[in-house]
Design a protein around this ligand. Structure first.
Ligand SMILES: [Zn+2]
Length: 316
């Protein structure tokens, strides 16, 4: 009986791996440093080592494994099993699925990492009840995935669904993609911290300075906490919700999902973030209460989303 699937999540720092049962239960994980700029051969070798480690840890037989799902950053052509472009790995036009199949003997499927996280949340997380949903991940950047009519929407060569790079403010803050004013430049965790540091320079009385005086870092957690008592922190959080809310309303107006699921590091703020976003969307969405509401939820899979999501490429 084939009952297990392996998931591989290729990130800029680590290649993470895990083995799941067909019902989504994560049985074991492992990770190794991503061999950046050493060519694709090293990436394939690292994946192969991780697979061997998972099999050894769990004692699962190779013939019980259905296949290996891989999530990779960048543009990934799922049909051809090809990484079209992944800047952080320094690879272009690489048939990664075939290469890992040849090396390991397992069947391999591959997709963009954010899309994998979306599929994972849809199959095993808080998206299970929905046929139409959007996962928005708020971390170093802003990413996500789009499920329409029980299918993942990826665009040509898997290069679509780049939620973070829709324009929020023409000529606005510099974005990592080269344009100015993208949603990511306002709504990522990185942007929130950067904006806060900039605003603090203009306000020497804010209590946020006490945080630095105590040798602590300005983090999204600190900013949300301070917003309860500090005027500047409150304004920064209100602006953050407003900007992110505007982006989410656009997504709702175009795709009209049943649910928006918030993942990534920022989702740790829980209802402090989710509740105001829920209100913002309800108050600004097209046709408002004459149409069904959009549910706004926190993602469930957390740090394991990438690995479980990649494995779920093999779960129908
Ligand atoms: Zn951008």
């Amino acid at each position: 009986m084939k009952n297990y699937v392996i998931g591989i999540d290729i990130g800029g720092t680590y290649i993470k791996s895990g083995i799941i049962k067909y019902d989504g239960t994560l049985l074991a994980t492992d990770k190794m440093a991503t061999p950046v700029d050493n060519g694709v051969g090293e990436v394939v070798h690292t994946i192969s080592c991780l697979i061997d480690s998972l099999i050894k840890q769990t004692g699962i037989k190779r013939k019980e494994v259905i296949g290996v799902g891989i999530g990779s950053a960048g543009a990934v052509d799922r049909v051809r099993g090809e990484v079209c472009f992944a800047a952080n790995l320094g690879i272009q036009k690489v048939p990664l699925a075939d290469l890992v199949e040849e090396k390991t003997g397992f069947r391999v499927k591959i997709a963009n990492d954010a899309n994998c996280a979306c599929v994972g949340e849809w199959k095993f997380g808080n998206g299970k009840a929905y046929s139409d949903l959007i996962l928005v991940t708020l971390g170093t950047g802003v990413g996500g995935g789009i499920i329409i009519g029980n299918r993942l929407f990826e665009g040509n060569c898997g290069a679509g669904g780049e939620i973070g790079h829709m324009l929020l403010n023409k000529g606005g803050r510099q974005c990592s993609c080269g344009r100015k004013g993208c949603l990511e430049a306002y709504a990522s965790a990185t942007a929130l911290v950067q904006i806060t540091l900039e605003e603090m320079k203009k306000d020497k009385f804010t209590k946020l300075w006490n945080v630095l005086d105590d040798s602590k870092m300005i983090t999204p957690q600190v900013i949300f906490e301070m917003a309860k008592t500090d005027k500047l922190a409150k304004k920064i959080v209100d602006d953050y919700i407003h900007n992110l809310g505007e982006g989410l309303v656009d997504l709702c107006n175009i795709f009209r999902p049943q649910a928006i699921i918030i993942g990534g590091g920022m989702s740790a703020q829980g209802e402090n973030l989710i509740a105001p976003l829920r209100d913002y969307i309800a108050n600004h969405i097209f046709a408002k209460e004459t149409t069904p509401p959009v549910d706004v939820l926190q993602a469930k899979l957390g740090n394991d989303a990438g690995v479980i999501g990649a494995a779920s490429l093999f779960v129908s």
